[in-house]
Design a protein around this ligand. Structure first.
Ligand code: NZQ
Ligand code: ZN
Length: 388
């Protein structure tokens, strides 16, 4: 285990009716003029928007809106948000939605006092040094963006989707009410679960030795997904199942699992190239890629880890033939994803074969990816071909 510092600065309000804290929390961080960021008009139809604006009105807080933020949020929405913040003297940003809305809100927050174009942060030409405070009301269990400093932004013109990280982009607070996730349709529920499991895998498959506690935590969260995914697919309004998945999603990417070890993150780098060009759902892309990555990178030096996953999480019987048992575990992962309606091939998602080479090169634009197994563009291409 490596040295680490634990600091999870986002305050989480979890459970029914936690929205009651909203106004007070915004005021606590100096918010008087709030930009509410959201995606489709869904939150207006469902009444959540009204609930939120009522809470703001109770405390006499002003609000402006940025609606229409796209899944795989675009840099154009970030620019629009920055413009509104400047025109309206916004001092607090509230994101209401899934990872896309939250990510967009974060980069807006970090760009308001920056003179250049926000895309500079994605290209690593500049680093975010100042940001407006952010709060979130999460409506989809998936990314963990509600309590981390990451954001991923797409640029349709350049066909790129690039991550931004800054410790000052962590939301000040996040409200996680499982009931807000009841309306998530089956496909996005399943894609969210695949994303959560992928975050766990990215940290589970680590080159760092002696991570017993971290591995058991990761396995517990994976088992939560396996246990509650079928329940939530069957009954979207099952509070317990929605709550377990929501909490697992938060714990999967709030840095807890990454403490004392190095994560891999190759699959995310590859998936971002896929969804940059074909605008597919992030979780669905990962559900296709991960089992193929596992098969590609597994060898005699690391098969023990895949065996451990197969036995501890997927219920494969212990065996002296560890490689065969490990492969059985990977097959069970594939079957699980299929059972919740995730695609098993990129060709099913509208991805075109001619683009695989471009994606493979894009994934390594900043150098080799992965730490559990380092990948060059030829390796990424091989994985993409297996996944196609
Ligand atoms: O526009 P709305 O109405 O919000 O619709 C969304 C969207 O169409 C819908 N949805 C969300 N909550 C709903 C709902 N529909 C009905 N009822 C609800 N309660 O679901 C669709 C997908 O939403 P989106 O926010 O795009 O999904 P997700 O949370 O999976 O976010 C995906 C984005 O986050 C990035 C991904 O790359 C992708 O761009 N990621 C961000 C990360 C981070 N910041 O830490 C890490 C992740 O690995 C990921 O890369
Ligand atoms: Zn992800």
């Amino acid at each position: 285990m490596d040295n680490f510092t634990l600091n999870i600065p986002t305050k989480i309000f979890f459970g029914r009716n936690q929205i009651k804290v909203l106004g007070r929390q915004i005021e606590k961080y100096g918010g008087k003029r709030v930009l509410i960021c959201y995606g489709s008009k869904r939150i207006k139809k469902e009444g959540l928007f009204q609930t939120i604006t009522d809470k703001l009105a109770d405390r006499g807080l002003y609000f402006a809106e940025l609606g229409g933020i796209e899944p795989n949020p675009r840099i154009t929405s970030v620019r629009e948000g920055v413009k509104i913040c400047r025109e309206e003297n916004i001092d607090f940003i509230l994101a209401v939605g899934g990872g896309s809305v939250i990510d967009c809100a974060k980069v807006i927050a970090g760009s308001v006092s920056y003179d250049g174009d926000p895309w500079d942060f994605c290209l690593r030409k500049a680093a975010i040094s100042k940001a407006l405070p952010i709060g979130t009301v999460l409506t989809l269990a998936a990314t963990g963006s509600e309590s981390n400093g990451n954001a991923v932004i797409s640029n349709v013109e350049t066909k790129q989707k690039l991550p931004v990280y800054s410790p000052i982009l962590w939301p000040k607070f996040s409200i996680l009410d499982p009931e807000y996730t009841y309306s998530v349709p089956p496909f996005h529920t399943a894609a969210g679960i695949a994303d959560i499991m992928s975050h766990i895998f990215e940290q589970y498959f680590s080159s760092t030795a002696d991570t017993f506690t971290q591995d058991r935590l990761a396995e517990a969260l994976l088992k939560t997904c396996l246990k509650y995914a079928p329940v939530v697919m069957e009954n979207p309004n099952d509070y317990t199942a929605r709550a377990e998945i929501l909490w697992a999603g938060n714990l999967a990417l709030n840095t807890l699992l990454s403490l004392g070890k190095e994560g891999d993150w190759a699959n995310h780098a590859i998936e971002h190239e896929v969804s940059a060009i074909f605008d597919i759902s992030h979780g669905a892309g990962l559900a296709v890629l991960f089992p193929n990555w596992m098969k590609y990178v597994m060898d005699d030096t690391n098969a023990d880890k895949f065996y451990q996953l197969a036995v501890n999480v997927f219920g494969v019987a212990e065996s002296s033939d560890k490689k065969t048992a490990a492969l059985e575990g990977i097959d069970r992962l594939r079957s699980f994803y299929n059972s919740i309606g995730m695609p098993s091939k990129l060709s099913e998602t509208g991805v075109e074969e001619e683009s695989l080479q471009i994606m493979a090169e894009g994934a390594v634009r900043f150098g080799e990816i992965g730490t559990f197994k380092k990948l060059k563009s030829k390796d990424v291409l091989a994985i993409l071909k297996m996944a196609y």
